[in-house]
Design a protein around this ligand. Structure first.
Ligand code: DAH
Length: 344
């Protein structure tokens, strides 16, 4: 029995020495020291021993147990430490690694142009208004002196939704909406930026969807010279104080008289080049004095009130300002293009 115990001790300590993980170590503990373990098995036979032998074997069994347990404890500590070290190593954070870059969005160039124009007009006491993109035939055409069958309706091929509803072809209906809402009761100074839609075939200079900014000033004694002064300020604000403007007679059904505004060409300073088609001037926007009929339809007495209106395209302004060659770049969302206009 003594020998048996010695053998078990040797066997167990050897196994403990060679064991590589905690689970296997636990198994050894159970196999040798557990209730059904080998040592316990041996001790079951103690009953057959003589009185003298029993304490000797008992003591030996205890020593064997303690030795094995001590070996297991020591190994356990070793394995636990190794495991912790491995874990720490796996979780090490290398603080010298460069961080992953975060992609920040930025303002779209058209948003920036619109905000720049809004800032100018807010400074002049204008308010910024909005109108629906799905517009009624009445506000898009009728209220702007474009009755059904009017030849000028052909100027703008439209996306109709029903007979009476369409995607607005310009921001001018917001003029009529603003005036109608106030019903002749007070002066108006407003601008309205927004999207507009036309049934154009898309190419470098045409798009089925683009942006416009409408402006409207209605009060007593508003004159053409007020319009000219305002447009001159706008042109200098957007393109630089060295630019001149000129007004050319034109036609819009909702203004009388109507004009188109050109700015002097920056490239050739008025000499004539390919950018300005050899004229020295570049067309920017349409404007005019609000037609008496338009005022009247919206509830303003044209004998008492006069006004001016203007409409411009931020897409066109951006193209001229930055030499952008194709209007489609604004909506095809190539971030390499868009990023050029982000503030640093
Ligand atoms: N609505 C016109 C267009 O889309 C632009 C325009 C011209 C607006 C003259 C105006 C204006 O307010 O007075 O072509």
């Amino acid at each position: 029995m003594q020998e048996q115990l010695k053998k078990l001790e040797q066997e167990a300590t050897e196994k403990v020495t060679n064991v590589e993980d905690l689970k296997a170590l636990q198994d050894i503990q159970v196999a040798y020291l557990g209730r059904k373990g080998s040592i316990t098995e041996v001790l079951r036979g103690m009953g057959k021993l003589s009185k003298e032998e029993r304490p000797v074997i008992g003591e030996l069994a205890n020593t064997v147990r303690t030795t094995i347990q001590a070996a297991i404890d020591e190994k356990k500590q070793l394995l636990e430490r190794a495991e912790l070290e491995k874990q720490l190593e796996n979780e090490t954070i290398d603080v010298t690694l460069p961080g992953r870059s975060v992609n920040f969005g930025g303002k779209h160039i058209l948003t920036s142009i619109i905000e720049e124009i809004e800032d100018l007009f807010i400074g002049l006491g204008y308010e910024v208004r909005e109108g629906p993109e799905v517009e009624t035939d009445y506000y898009n055409f009728e209220a702007l002196n474009l009755p059904k069958g009017h030849p000028a309706r052909d100027m703008q091929d439209s996306f109709y939704i029903t007979n009476e509803l369409l995607l607005r072809t310009h921001t001018s209906p917001v003029q009529a909406r603003t005036m109608s809402a106030l019903d002749g009761a007070e002066p108006i100074r407003m601008i309205c930026p927004g999207k507009v839609y036309r049934r154009d075939s898309d190419d470098a200079t045409h798009s089925h969807q683009f942006t416009q900014i409408e402006g409207l000033y209605v009060d007593k004694n508003v004159r053409m010279s007020d319009l000219k002064g305002t447009l001159d300020l706008l042109a200098k604000h957007m393109f630089g104080t060295d630019r001149d403007i000129r007004l050319r007679p034109s036609f819009f059904p909702f203004t009388e008289p109507s004009v188109e505004m050109d700015i002097s060409c920056k490239v050739c300073a008025g000499e004539g080049c390919s950018v300005c088609k050899r004229t020295g001037w570049i067309e920017i926007l349409g404007a005019g004095m609000v037609h008496p009929k338009v005022l009247e339809m919206a509830g303003y007495d044209p004998k008492e009130y006069t006004g001016f209106a203007f409409g411009m395209g931020p897409d066109r302004i951006a193209m001229l300002k930055y030499g952008i060659d194709d209007i489609r770049r604004f909506y095809t969302n190539d971030t390499r293009f868009l990023k050029q206009f982000h503030e640093a």
